[in-house]
Design a protein around this ligand. Structure first.
Ligand code: FAD
Length: 484
């Protein structure tokens, strides 16, 4: 692009709701062309309807981005509708001759963007995509046999070897906006829940400055003991960057560069910084996998798992969603999710295992609930992790490794801090009984003011029975596969 151009350029924002380290925005600012920052509200941006908690986040993140862009001289234009049709309307209104975007890698989004680029190009509008959301573009990290990786550890190594670190960029200070455009208002989209407002416990600051604050807080404290602290749900031991990363309010490079810099400066041990890098690597692995194996959004990555005899257990599923299973750590997790839009990773694994193994309910049911209720709901991460827990995924936990919700609770929440916070009706129980209240003597329960079945449920399933039932179901698919 030459700097003498005067026709405006559209920067189509999607999962890159930030100014800094934004390749599409940096590119257009460098040309000096007038810029139209555009967000198109399409509830199926990923190829599936957006979850409610994601809508809550998007509402605030867009407002934050709009403020930043306004200050720089180019207000954010909001429109809603089919992306291609909307882009064409804006192109006609403004005479824009280029659309720049940071790529989305979810399979349906990827295809849609390719079609849009093709269609616009045919009409003389240039369309350019950049990678602003991942450490490496899916497709760029491949095995020696030129295939996508299916195992995490070699993937991570190849990723860190091959990914090219971009120079950090603060982003443009001023932009040349286009006057006279009328858009919609975030309020028009009803993304914030009103009747009822279930978000009163959502304690988050969506937007780029919220992301920076979360990163600073993490570097100053939890990162120093991250490897161990990240497994303790009762402590604030992780970064809580997941929704910020999902919405592109911070680039993953900025996050890992800051962690590594903290190690270089001697503020945190190097191994802790690298542990954090490897967790961000799981985010990459998830996105790359879904990109290469789109069928895993609907079906088991390992085809034999499609024959699994999942149970139709509406009541069990409902008790799980409401945090009323009778297993304290499971219920604490599900209630944390409902109240805050987020759940600690260790507990995500425990509750997911409980649903797919103890209750033998299809992982897709759990994935759908998480999709609706998580502020960090992310197709790649959610699908990959659910399949990982179910045993049907790439590099998945072996199916026979079934979490015991009582011993998991005792191991990672030994003092019951997490359970007491989210299941307050059990707060009066001592550490000894808090993870298995049904084993407590009646007088202990009475002294803690609990009658099982009235104040807190008795377990909805016996773990030993559920475990055996799950293993039997696995045996069945294994023998069916061996017969084939
Ligand atoms: P940190 O420990 O600070 O990790 C840093 C970053 O690394 C995270 O922000 C995240 O981007 C990435 N990350 C960490 N662990 C994983 C992982 N296992 N898989 C992929 N990325 C990871 N994460 C999502 O972002 N969206 C989801 O929809 C999602 N669904 C999940 C479903 C299940 C059943 C499970 C077991 C895990 C899921 N995760 C998901 C992964 C993980 O639980 C969250 O990323 C993490 O808890 C976010 O908290 P944090 O930012 O404090 O994590």
């Amino acid at each position: 692009m030459s700097s003498s151009r005067s026709r405006p350029v559209i920067v189509w924002f999607r999962r890159d709701l930030r100014i800094a380290d934004n390749p599409a925005l940096t590119e257009v600012a460098a040309t000096g062309a007038p810029v139209i920052p555009l967000y198109i509200h399409d509830p199926a941006l990923d190829g599936r309807p957006m979850g409610a908690a994601s809508g809550w986040w998007l509402d605030k993140s867009l407002r934050a981005l709009a403020t930043e862009l306004e200050e720089r001289g180019a207000p954010l234009l909001l429109r809603s509708g089919d992306p291609e049709a909307t882009l064409r309307v804006v192109i006609n209104e403004t005479g824009a001759d280029a659309v720049l975007m940071n790529r989305m890698f979810e399979p349906a989004a990827w295809e849609r963007d390719a079609e849009i680029a093709h269609g616009l190009k045919a009409d003389g509008v240039a369309c350019r995509g950049f990678n602003g959301t991942m450490l490496a573009r899916p497709g760029s990290v491949r095995t020696g046999q030129d295939a996508p990786y299916r195992v995490f550890t070699p993937f991570l190594k190849a990723l860190l070897d091959k990914a090219e670190e971009p120079a950090p960029r603060d982003g443009p200070r001023t932009l040349d906006g286009v006057a006279g455009l009328t858009g919609e208002a975030v309020d028009d989209w009803g993304l914030h829940p009103l009747r009822p407002d279930w978000s009163t416990g959502f304690d988050w600051t969506p937007g780029e400055s919220g992301a920076r604050e979360a990163l600073s807080r993490f570097l100053a404290g939890p990162l120093t003991v991250y490897g161990e602290g990240r497994d303790i749900p009762g402590e604030d031991g992780t970064s809580r960057l997941s929704p910020h990363l999902h919405f592109g309010e911070i680039s993953p490079w900025r996050a890992i560069r800051a962690a590594r810099q903290a190690a270089k400066d001697g503020r945190v041990p190097g191994k802790q910084a690298e542990k954090f890098v490897s967790e961000v690597g799981w985010r990459e692995f998830s996105t790359h996998l879904l990109h290469h194996f789109p069928y895993m959004a609907e079906r088991a990555f390992r085809p034999e798992f499609e024959a699994m005899a999942w149970r139709d257990d509406g009541e069990g599923l409902e008790a799980w969603k409401r945090g009323m299973t009778g297993y304290p750590v499971v219920d604490a997790g599900m209630r944390q999710l409902w109240a805050t839009g987020w759940m600690h990773n260790r507990v995500r694994m425990i509750v997911a295992s409980f649903l797919v193994k103890d209750l033998l309910v299809d992982w897709r049911e759990g994935e759908a609930w998480f999709w609706d209720t998580l502020v960090d709901a992310d197709m790649g991460a959610n699908i990959q992790n659910w399949q990982w827990v179910a045993g049907s995924g790439a590099d998945a936990a072996p199916y026979f490794r079934i979490f015991n919700p009582v011993t998991q609770g005792e191991k990672f929440d030994g003092e019951g801090k997490y359970v007491r916070r989210w299941v307050p009706e059990l707060a009066g129980l001592s550490d000894r009984w808090i993870h298995a209240p049904w084993t407590a003597p009646t007088e202990v329960l009475a002294a803690a003011g609990i009658r099982l079945g009235r104040d807190y449920p008795a377990p909805i399933v016996d773990h030993a029975m559920g475990r055996k039932r799950a293993l039997d179901a696995l045996e069945q698919i294994k023998s069916a596969r061996d017969k084939d």
